[in-house]
Each structure stands twice: as structure tokens, then as C-alpha cells.
Design a protein around this ligand. Structure first.
Ligand SMILES: N[C@@H](CCC(=O)N[C@@H](CS)C(=O)NCC(=O)O)C(=O)O
Length: 250
């Protein structure tokens, strides 16, 4: 029998990782349907009418945003792990942090990773093609030069914007360093929540954690400039925290 849920993804996407991680953590059965960037558009349009992944299709609902997916899991699987704290004040804090990471961290870590990977065809293809169907793999390879420039244009990826994104990521990491200041185990309260999961998932493109749910390039193979940035972020308290969250909870 087919699992009840479909998860439409661009497999290496960190917003998809956020949804996939929550589904895995709860043990919810689902079937992942991976597509490469841009070729995802048709499947997503058919399923949700929108543009972005992840999209979770359940028997009676279509959820086209990673936060909506976590909220859905929180209210549907009430016997298991609850992504959001039960205390109302802590819940507000967790939701505010999730929103901050979704809007101020995710777009910038993605730009930094793509800036580097788009310059290295093999690393790029090894990152975006696992988990994708054979036909789309062929089409993607054939259209790769055009897709690469469309992606650069759509995400405004250039050296100057990438430098600005590095500064934005440093700022969010410094905020998380401060939040963790008193030696906290988790960002909100005493339990693993959507705040921790979202920070770790959306920071992943500048940390390359081993436990990530889709293959990422190994540290030995990434270009020197990217490696230096990963080492910088990995050695901050926020970076070490995200790597620990992956190690202990992914
Ligand atoms: N707010 C959305 C953002 C998702 C998002 O930006 N997804 C990217 C992948 S990292 C995407 O599908 N981009 C494709 C496009 O915009 O065409 C969420 O949390 O689900």
C-alpha cells in the first residue's frame, strides 16, 4: 500500500529538509517525489498551484509551505513529538524564531551555497540530481547551461550579493550565539522544537552536516573559498549548536 502522504521536493533544498526532518522525526510515512530546480515547477503547479517546494499532499489537504507542514504535524500527530512548545509564551517565541530563520537566514545560506556550487558543474549535479527521476535527470543535464543562468538570475546570485548574504548569515548566527549564551541546550524551553529544527535545517548549506537528508558534497571536495566559510560558521557557538542538533535529533 502507498504511504498516505506525498512530499514534493527539490531534494537538496533546506526548506524541504525542514519538512522531511519533521516527518522523519515523527515517523510519519510519506513518499518523497524529488525534482531538480526549475523542473519542479510543473509538479508543484499541479499539486498546489504555487511555485515553491516543499509541498505536502495528504488525503485531504495540500500544504505548500514548510511552516504550514510543521503546524499541520503539530495538530495532527498529537501523541508524538510536538514541534511547538505547549506553553503559550514559549510557543510564541518558537514561532517567532522560526519566522526569523525562514525569512532572514534561509534565502542567504541558499545563495551562498549556490554561488559556489554553480561554478562547479560536477558538485552541482551531484547535489541536485540524487532522488530525481531518470527522465528529469537527462533533461536537466541537457538544459544545464540555461538553467544555471536562470537560477543565478532568479536568486540574484553574484559576488556582491553573496558577500551581503554572508554578512546577513553572520548576523543571524551572532543572534543565535547570544540566545545560547547561558549554555542552553535548546533555543526555547527544555525541549527540541521547531525553532531548533528550523535553525539547523536552514543553516545547513553553510555547515554541510553529515546527517542531512539528501546527499551534500563532502568537505574534501568543496572549493577552498566555500570550505573556509564553512569552517568559519562551524566553529561559532551557533554552528556547533546546529551540528549537535543534527547529530542528536536527525
Ligand atoms: N516559505 C517557503 C519557502 C520555500 C522555498 O523557498 N523553496 C525553494 C527551494 S529552497 C523553492 O522551491 N524555490 C523554487 C522557486 O522559487 O522556483 C517554505 O518555507 O516552504
Amino acid at each position: 500500500m502507498n504511504p498516505p502522504h506525498r512530499l514534493i521536493t527539490i531534494p537538496p533544498s533546506h526548506y524541504c529538509e525542514k519538512a522531511r526532518w519533521a516527518l522523519n522525526y515523527l515517523g510519519v510515512p510519506y513518499r518523497e517525489e524529488g525534482h531538480p530546480p526549475l523542473l519542479h515547477r510543473w509538479a508543484v503547479k499541479m499539486a498546489s498551484g504555487g511555485y515553491t517546494t516543499p509541498v505536502l499532499v495528504t488525503a485531504d489537504m495540500v500544504l505548500a509551505d514548510s511552516t504550514d507542514i510543521l503546524q499541520y504535524l503539530d495538530t495532527t500527530y498529537v501523541e508524538g513529538w510536538r514541534p511547538y512548545p505547549q506553553d503559550s509564551q514559549q510557543r510564541v517565541e518558537a514561532e517567532e524564531m522560526e519566522e526569523l530563520f525562514d525569512t532572514r537566514l534561509g534565502p542567504h545560506t541558499r545563495r551562498i551555497a549556490y554561488y559556489h556550487l554553480l561554478q562547479h558543474k560536477d558538485l552541482f549535479l551531484e547535489s541536485v540530481l540524487p532522488g530525481v527521476g531518470g527522465g528529469e535527470k537527462l533533461v536537466f543535464r541537457a538544459l544545464m547551461p540555461a538553467i544555471r543562468s536562470l537560477m543565478r538570475r532568479a536568486m540574484r546570485i553574484n559576488p556582491e550579493s553573496t558577500d551581503r548574504s554572508l554578512e546577513r548569515v553572520r548576523t543571524i548566527f551572532a543572534t543565535v550565539d547570544e540566545l545560547l549564551g547561558g549554555g542552553r541546550t535548546f533555543l526555547v524551553g527544555d525541549n527540541f522544537s521547531a525553532a531548533d529544527l528550523t535553525f539547523a535545517a536552514l543553516a545547513a548549506p553553510v555547515l554541510l552536516p553529515r546527517q542531512y537528508g539528501s546527499p551534500l558534497p563532502s568537505l574534501e571536495r568543496v572549493p577552498a573559498e566555500m570550505l573556509a566559510q564553512i569552517e568559519e560558521f562551524r566553529t561559532t557557538p551557533a554552528g556547533m549548536f546546529a551540528l549537535r542538533i543534527f547529530r542528536d535529533h536527525r
